[in-house]
Ligand binder design. Sequence first.
Ligand SMILES: NC(=O)c1ccc[n+]([C@@H]2O[C@H](COP(=O)([O-])OP(=O)(O)OC[C@H]3O[C@@H](n4cnc5c(N)ncnc54)[C@H](OP(=O)(O)O)[C@@H]3O)[C@@H](O)[C@H]2O)c1
Length: 253
Amino acid sequence: MAYILLTGASSGIGEVFAHQLAAEGQDLILTARREERLQDLASTLTSQHGVKVEVIAADLAAADGVDQLVRRIESADWPLAGLINNAGFGDRGRFDELPLQRQLAMIQVNISSLVSLTWQLLPRLRGQRDSFVINVASTAAFQGGPKMAVYYASKAFVLSFSEALHEELKHSGVRVSTLCPGPTATEFAQQANVADTKLFSSSAMSAEAVVRQALARRRSAIVIPGLLNRLMVWSGKLSPRWMTRRIAGWLQA
Ligand SMILES: NC(=O)c1ccc[n+]([C@@H]2O[C@H](COP(=O)([O-])OP(=O)(O)OC[C@H]3O[C@@H](n4cnc5c(N)ncnc54)[C@H](OP(=O)(O)O)[C@@H]3O)[C@@H](O)[C@H]2O)c1
């Protein structure tokens, strides 16, 4: 059976994707930096669901992270039925006060590695009937985000890029979907230093609910899980941009 490659599988939304796909009987290739966590997850999934799970540790912020990953897949000649570009991180703070290296690493993980993996693995995905790509963006993609400028901009890139690919590839047998979660209870909030913001302290969806909706609609161009998140995005579209970016900044204060 063909595999699904899942980035950012060591925690949060990625880990839940792994559980729900394994429950469908799907073989998986898991990647992230924390190899021990991936190995533990692989053992659990194999013993619970009898699926094959391969683990490849890779740092997607490193210049050669994606190439290492692709080389392993190509040398093993694993067929691919799906690619879930989920790895990503954010950081809260003024653009001029956050370290430049961290913000460039964010662009590398959230954007460059996603583009490179998609480009390098598309021929392999085309080799399977009815394959798919899910790129994880965010509701942050829909407006500028003061105090998280690079993160919001990175997710706007992911949404725009993935929407275009959805159209380009829709008759090719590869369906491209963009998942746009709102605040979700994972390690992200601690990592990005946003746990105490109005946005995260008011409401966060469970990663289980987010992934259930993503998989149920894995061939839709855009998936925004949760009614509240959809309402926020829709009301944002009806509002002037100066207003939506100021609200985003206020929610992150
Ligand atoms: N949680 C939210 O509120 C929320 C909302 C909207 C969108 N999202 C998006 O959802 C995706 C998953 O995030 P999450 O909420 O599940 O957060 P999380 O629990 O922090 O998971 C992030 C995953 O990305 C991996 N990752 C981070 N940096 C990496 C690197 N340099 N190389 C390889 N892997 C790396 C991490 O693995 P290692 O640390 O082991 O490398 C981890 O598996 C991200 O793209 C995030 O932007 C999250």
